[in-house]
Design a binder for this molecule. Sequence first.
Ligand code: 13P
Length: 295
Amino acid sequence: MLINLRDACAIAEQTNIALAAVNTPSLEAMRAAVEAAEETGYPIIISHAEGHESLMPLAVAGSLGVALAEHSSALVCLHLDHCEHLSYARRALEYGFTGVMFDGSSLPYERNVELSQAAAEMCSSFDAGLECELGSMGSRECGATSQGGTAEDAGAVYTDPDQAQAFVAATGLDILACSFGTVHGLYRGEPHLSFDVLEQIRERVKVPLVMHGGSGVSDDDYRRAINAGIRKINYYTYGVKYAGEAVRAMIDDRVAANPNDVIYWHDMTSVAYVTLRDTFAQVMRVFASNADSAA
Ligand code: 13P
């Protein structure tokens, strides 16, 4: 069933877990995400990034996401990820999205506040939840392999805890994306998360917090971040990397066995689907593994 971003994150808050917010710019990815939620029993956030419009148009993501959610026994939030244009967000809400991330992180602070306030009004008229970002990851979401590295390489600006407090109060957002050492894309070297920054934000801000650049982080760091208030973890790059590797291995094996073997498109999508579903289910279990330590 389709649920609102606010309600999804409230469940995570009550149980001291984080929800996986997986980018799903293909039919296989969207189906895999919903099936992983059914298999694990945890709610899922299926995310469509504005930057993925060329991979899957918004109208398709909206119709497909709503249909899959409504036919599922799992709790599914259909979320717009990294949206920089209010007109695009409005269209998403009209298609039935139940959450929006308005990303004004590259704008001057005052302009980010102004547009985030407008996004909050728009979301509330559709009863959808709003996520906004303060600070900067230093690289944009689109899964390109040229991105990533480390937060330092990417030119990340960590979220300022005092400014975060003022930003939440001024905008009326529901959940806050913060920058504290993760980056979008592939990591080159170990990510170094600043838990000090995260804990300071948590002391000042009571809304659920969001980790972007969440794939490629160690299980220990996930658990530490969740204990420090992270309730939504955005996960894309490593999932599609594993799916690509699985497709390549399948083709290599079949060609080694028979150089004339015909590889059909559905052979590739089936392997990708299974890999994505299993990867999503596995990370969802890790993101829920602090549940027993809930107060
Ligand atoms: P990754 O590139 O680490 O998977 O992050 C995805 C993300 O943050 C989407 O908003």
